[in-house]
Design a protein around this ligand. Structure first.
Ligand SMILES: [Zn+2]
Length: 111
C-alpha cells in the first residue's frame, strides 16, 4: 500500500466512525420520544444506551489511533513499532492500518 492509499484508508475509517456515531443517537432519541413504553421497554432502552456508550469508547480509541497513524505518515515513521522500533509486518498493517505496535509487542501487552 502506498502512502496516499494508506491515508485514504485511514480517513475513510475515521469518517465511518464519525458518521456512524451521528446516526445512532438520533435513533435512540426517537425511541424515547414515542412515550408508549412501559417499565420493561424503558429498561431495555437503557441497556441499548449502555452498549452504545461502550461502542463509543472503542471508537474514540480507534479515532485517536487513526490520528496518530496519520501524523506518523507525515513524519515518515509509519509502520514502525512504538515499543520495540522494529518494522510492523505488512499483513498486520493491512488488517489494522492504525496499529501502533508489532504483533510481538501486542502479544506481550495482552498477556
Ligand atoms: Zn514491537
Amino acid at each position: 500500500m502506498n502512502e496516499q492509499e494508506l491515508k485514504d484508508a485511514l480517513l475513510k475509517k475515521r469518517d465511518e466512525i464519525q458518521g456512524g456515531g451521528g446516526i445512532k443517537p438520533l435513533q435512540v432519541s426517537m425511541e424515547n420520544n414515542t412515550r408508549q413504553g412501559d417499565m420493561a421497554d424503558q429498561a431495555s432502552g437503557n441497556n441499548e444506551v449502555h452498549i452504545q456508550l461502550k461502542l463509543k469508547q472503542t471508537d474514540a480509541k480507534i479515532l485517536q489511533a487513526i490520528e496518530e497513524a496519520l501524523r506518523r505518515i507525515e513524519k515518515g515513521t509509519y509502520g514502525v513499532c512504538r515499543d520495540c522500533g522494529e518494522e510492523i509486518a505488512p499483513a498486520r498493517l493491512n488488517a489494522i492500518p492504525w496499529t501502533r505496535v508489532c504483533i510481538t509487542c501486542k502479544e506481550k501487552q495482552s498477556s
